[in-house]
Ligand binder design. Sequence first.
Ligand SMILES: Cc1cc2nc3c(=O)[nH]c(=O)nc-3n(C[C@H](O)[C@H](O)[C@H](O)COP(=O)(O)OP(=O)(O)OC[C@H]3O[C@@H](n4cnc5c(N)ncnc54)[C@H](O)[C@@H]3O)c2cc1C
Length: 320
Amino acid sequence: MSILIYAESENKKLKKVAYEVASYAASIAEKTQDDVVAVTINAENTDSLGQYGVNKVLNVQNESLDKFNVESYSEILTKAVRETNADIVVLSQSDNAKYIAPLLSVVLKAGYASNVVELPETENGFQVKRNVFTNKAFGMAEVTTDKKIIGLSSNAFGLHEKETNVETVDFSPELSDTKIEVKSVDKNKDKVSIADAEIVVSGGRGLKGPENWGMIEELAEVLGAATACSKPVSDMGWRPHSEHVGQTGKPVVANLYIAIGISGAIQHLAGINASKTKVVINIDEEAPFFKVADYGIVGDAFEVVPRLTEKLKEFKANNA
Ligand SMILES: Cc1cc2nc3c(=O)[nH]c(=O)nc-3n(C[C@H](O)[C@H](O)[C@H](O)COP(=O)(O)OP(=O)(O)OC[C@H]3O[C@@H](n4cnc5c(N)ncnc54)[C@H](O)[C@@H]3O)c2cc1C
C-alpha cells in the first residue's frame, strides 16, 4: 500500500509545503512500512522529493492545468488514490489544498481532518491532533473511514530529511470536461506573499499614516520578510487589502511575526495565532498583544524600528 501526498508547486517549482507533507507522510510510512507516493502537477525537479522520503512521483505535465482548477486537480488526486490504492492522503493547508480536500473526501468517502499538527496516534484507532478555534486550542479527532485525508497545518511538523531513491513516472489520467474555466489569475505583486512567508513584518494604526510605511518596508527588506497590516490600516487605504491579516483577512503561519503599533484585538490575533515566534513593538505596555508575545518591546515604533533595522544591517554586514 502507499501514502499519497499532493506536492504543490508554483511556477513549476515545488513549494516548501510539498516537502513538509512529504516529511510527514514519510514519518507515518516508517511505522506502517508503506511507500510514499507524491502527485505533482506541472512541476520540475521532482527528484528533490527523494530527500524527504518520497519513493515515487506521479508527475502530471499538462499545460491546461497551469492555472489551478479544483475539479481537474481533485480528479487527478482521486485517480492517483485509486491507482496507488492509498489509504492515507496528506495535503497541506494552502488555499488550493483546502479547496481540493473536501471534494476528494466526498468522492472517496474519506474522513478529512484539517489543521493537523502531529503524527496520528494509531494504537487505538486513528487519532489526530488538530488546531481548533482559530488556533486557540487543540482538539483530538478520530478518523474512522477506511480512507483518510489529512490537512497538515503549515510549519507544524517541519522538514525532516530522509534520503530515498525516488522514481518519477508520467501520470496522464483522462480528465472529465470541467465546468469551471479559470480565465485569469491576478497575482499579488509583492515579493513574498504573507501566506507563504517565513517572516512577516506587520504594521497597525500606531504608525499614524501610509507615509510612515517606509520603515516597515525597510525592516522587511533586511529580514527578507513580507509586509502585512491590521484591518483598519487596509480599510483606510494605507495598505492593500492583500496585506490585511486576521479573522476577516489572511492567516499568517510564519516562523516570525513582528507586530508594530498593533493593539492585538482578538480578530487580529485569530490570524496570527499559529505563527511560531511573535515579537510585539507597542508604546502601550497594557496593549493586549503583549499577552501573546514571545518577545515584547515597550517603545515608540518611530524610535525602535529604525534602530532595529540599523542593528540588523550591521549584523548582516558582519556575518556576510
Ligand atoms: C467582525 C470584525 C472582524 C475584524 N477582523 C479583523 C481582522 O481580520 N484583522 C484585524 O487586524 N482587525 C480586525 N478587526 C478589527 C479589530 O477589532 C481592531 O479594531 C483592529 O485590529 C485594530 O487595529 P490596530 O491594532 O492597527 O489599531 P488600534 O486598535 O488603533 O491600535 C493601535 C496600537 O498602536 C499602538 N501605538 C500607537 N502609537 C504607537 C507608536 N508610536 N509606537 C508603537 N505603538 C504605537 C497603540 O498603543 C495601540 O495598541 C475586526 C473587527 C470586527 C468587529
